[in-house]
Design a protein around this ligand. Sequence first.
Ligand SMILES: Cc1cc2nc3c(=O)[nH]c(=O)nc-3n(C[C@H](O)[C@H](O)[C@H](O)COP(=O)(O)OP(=O)(O)OC[C@H]3O[C@@H](n4cnc5c(N)ncnc54)[C@H](O)[C@@H]3O)c2cc1C
Length: 485
Amino acid sequence: MTTLVWFRQDLRTSDHDALLDACARGAVVPVFIWCPKSEGGWPIGGAQRWWLNHSLRRLAEDLKSRGSRLVIRTGDPAVELASVARACGAKRVACSRRYEPAAMADEERVAELLEKSGIELCRIGSNLLFDPFAIRTQTGTAYKVFTPFWRACLTRPAPDAPRPAPATIPAPAAWPAGLDVDALQLLPKIAWDAGLRQMWTPGEAGARTRLQAFVAGPIGQYSLQRDIPGVHGTSMLAAHLHFGEVSPREAWHAVQKAIRGRAGEFIANAEKFRAELGWREFGAHVLANFPRTAEDPLRIDFRKFPWRTNAVELRAWQRGQTGYPIVDAGMRQLWHTGWMHNRVRMVVGSFLVKHLRMDWMHGARWFWDTLADADLASNTLGWQWAGGCGADAAPYFRIFNPMTQGKKFDPDGAYVKHWVPELAGVPAEYVHAPWEAPPLALAMSGVTLGETYPHPIVDHAKARAAALQALSAVSGKSVTASDDV
Ligand SMILES: Cc1cc2nc3c(=O)[nH]c(=O)nc-3n(C[C@H](O)[C@H](O)[C@H](O)COP(=O)(O)OP(=O)(O)OC[C@H]3O[C@@H](n4cnc5c(N)ncnc54)[C@H](O)[C@@H]3O)c2cc1C
């Protein structure tokens, strides 16, 4: 019996339930179908096209080393899968389940259409630790708050141990025709990808190297260091996890192994990391159960929030030219590397939504195009958190003060100075608010505000007051108290 394995966000050979199941039944034809349309309103963004190009190459090489091939097609997945199946006499297609609204709808459609040709679509496994429809509150509803959600996950049986890749993958008698990765034209025409090339090694081997390096080192100080953007204190696994180059089960068990024989503090750090994997699960849970939220706030009272539009300010935010150093550093890090530190994502998110009072969707869309780890569930969760309108979100009246955040989490200004080099000479005490520096100190550091570095595009105190006033329109009462954190 021949089975097609339809690869999507599971671009690996180890711990792949659908692939292992197929191998146990006979010949296997691995297939990838390029169809941005099937992602609904969220076709893959620029940074991820770059990632996908390299990841597919690595997957194709890995399959080849196991006696197999990756058959690449473009077009409607239902049509292409049926065509490949016909070409090799397969009656079965296996895939890992996805939970984004468009992907779920597409899976249903593909299953129905394949069935008409006598082909069965079998959904085996997923890119998550827990089934987002199986975790329920005591009243049977989906969770909207992280802590009880994660507690409920942890009461379930622990995720299975990851399974090794098949040493060889049984080949069909004849291979169906397919395209080369180049034919998908995923790479940018203008070479803006130098920063990504420097930073990332897409593919399963690169993912495993990152995971091993993290559990061998930074995990021991994760709780503290994960908040310091100038330190390499996080796993940087998000894009690898998104593309399924490493399974969350493998990450979970790598942590379990690292914990063995270690003391309380190490374990607390490791559990903190596992809880972040839990936030990834939570995002998937919220999106799967509230599919409208990719484009609509979970808290529907926020539909009437009086957002502003201002193309000039939006562009200044996107390009890291707001005049607020920590915001600009984050936006430039994102543009250059396809990644931004989580603490800074929260700061730039708050700045867009509260200081500039622009719809969180502008931010979500920009991140979608520029993040290598753009993930519909995590991105929606993150943006609605920043906007105060999502599940377990920061209250809207909690307004991140970019200067306080900078001083607290980047006290020596190392992060800002790296990403905003025009401020490299500014003394650390002023680097998060250069307009407060004595004129002589600024001049000696080669900074002329308005020329070498912008003046702040909005005044913090006025922007905060305006944001609270706008919030009154949602809550129906005057909101004056603010947490300026
Ligand atoms: C506005 C905003 C947008 C975001 N957009 C995305 C996105 O598109 N894709 C994405 O993967 N994450 C997103 N995040 C969450 C988080 O910032 C990244 O997952 C994290 O910075 C990735 O770096 P890391 O792999 O080193 O994380 P680590 O700190 O090493 O965390 C380990 C893993 O846990 C998961 N994780 C950690 N924090 C979160 C979180 N808050 N929500 C969901 N999962 C989490 C990720 O898979 C991550 O790789 C967003 C956060 C905010 C505030």
